[in-house]
Write a protein that binds this ligand. Structure first.
Ligand SMILES: Cc1ncc(COP(=O)(O)O)c(C=O)c1O
Length: 400
């Protein structure tokens, strides 16, 4: 069915919403949903919609189906043990649960390092621990390179540092942070690392063992699935942490999961890695590699235009290099506020967006509030060059 390059026609057929006229380029806000994901939700609700854990046949079948789906998620991110993977309603909620549970073993004057590039979801749960006497230090990006520099992190690490909370990819800059190197540095100081992978997961393969991260979270509604999120934590750490569930629930991951999972949505998630594996001819790594190469072409097309307009400043890498960035591209214009640009684009059935995208500190630190934040075009692999051409045409008419 496919050769080595992405079969974009086949890809687009997998997303029912792409049949309409809208060009979806706000994918870092929320992506379109795969047909096989939708089908699995229907299948679960039609065939196995009972409470788990009973002895009757349908309940046993439901448990089996859900367990298999969870194994598929575990294999997607290369977790070692099924218990290391937890599914929840959102990244924000899962990170909040982590901060509440992990901090129970911390003491006054222990420290957490956050960055000024993160979404509030990986900042507020840590910042709020200040009321327990935990000290928060901020790792700030280099404003010239738009990069987080490892030596700046080294300077912030102390013997009291318990955890570093960092994004894999900023939802504004699109820059891919060197998480493996960051984890190595953090571990050399006997601290833990918690990574927000929300803006990375739709674009590249996550391998939690290779990265050697302690905690990793991403949202599936930005990764072609439903409004859920996936959390990974190293088993030994989760085992030794207090939970948040009923006192008699002591097993991992259930002690961190108050209430039922959303069974049907959790079941549907398995269709995401299955789909990417199909892209790569039955190979997940190959599927993501093909996506990276294809997205790089789209990013290049857009960046070529944006870089050629001297009134536009890219906020992030100016290169489309797939090893440096994903195709989430933000910019400001010297004469037009970001909202004025997006409002004009709206009329052409193209969905882009402006604002701070809850990366409030980044927008403020870079002095971008006066522009009403950035204009963000966030492309994924189901976008095509025709859509990007159309957007460039509209930009040319309004951004002279
Ligand atoms: C980078 C990043 N992290 C975290 C979040 C929060 O995700 P959720 O809505 O699942 O809580 C978002 C949502 O926009 C995001 O872009």
């Amino acid at each position: 069915m496919k050769n080595k390059s992405l079969d974009i026609e086949w890809v687009r057929q997998q997303f029912p919403a792409l049949k309409n006229k809208m060009a979806f380029m706000d994918n870092a806000g929320g992506s379109q949903t795969l047909k096989p994901v939708i089908d699995r939700i229907t299948e679960y609700l039609t065939e196995y919609d009972v409470q788990l854990g009973a002895s009757y046949h349908t309940s046993q079948l439901a448990s089996e189906k859900l367990d298999l789906a969870k194994i598929t998620i575990k294999n997607w991110i290369n977790a070692k043990h099924p218990e290391e993977v937890m599914i929840g309603s959102s990244t924000t909620m899962l990170l909040r649960i982590l901060s509440l549970c992990i901090s129970q073993n911390w003491q006054e004057n222990d420290e957490v390092i956050i960055t000024n590039c993160d979404h509030e979801a990986n900042m507020a749960p840590w910042r709020d621990l200040q009321k327990l006497g935990i000290k928060i230090n901020t790792w700030k990006l280099n404003k010239d390179s738009y990069r987080l520099e490892l030596n700046d992190l080294e300077d912030l690490m102390t013997e009291n540092t318990k955890l570093v909370a960092v994004t894999h990819t900023s939802n504004i800059l699109g820059t891919i942070n060197p998480v493996k190197d960051i984890a190595k540095l953090v571990h050399s100081h006997n601290a833990l690392i918690c990574v927000d992978g929300v803006a990375f997961a739709p674009h590249r393969l996550i391998d939690v063992q290779d990265l050697d991260v302690d905690f990793y979270v991403f949202s599936t509604y930005k990764t072609f699935g439903p409004h859920q999120a996936v959390f990974y934590g190293k088993l030994a750490l989760l085992t030794n942490m207090n939970g948040i569930n009923h006192a008699f629930i002591e097993s991992v991951p259930y002690k961190f999961q108050p209430g039922n999972l959303n069974y049907e949505l959790s079941y549907s998630l398995a269709a995401i890695p299955d789909y990417i594996r199909k892209i790569g001819d039955n190979n997940l790594t190959e599927g993501f590699e093909m996506i990276a190469i294809y997205e790089q072409e789209l990013a290049n097309q857009l960046l070529d235009y944006l870089n050629s307009n001297h009134k536009i400043k890219i906020i992030g890498e100016i290169s489309a290099d797939k090893d440096l960035r994903v195709a989430t591209i933000s910019f400001i214009h010297s004469d037009l506020k970001s909202n004025r640009i997006v409002e004009q684009v709206d009329a052409f059935n193209i969905g882009i967006r402006f604002g701070d995208f809850y990366a409030v500190e980044l927008i403020d630190d870079l002095g971008l509030r006066q522009y009403n934040g950035v204009v963000r075009v966030s492309l994924v692999h189901y976008n095509n060059s025709h859509e990007v051409d159309k957007l460039i045409g509209v930009f040319k008419s309004i951004l002279s």
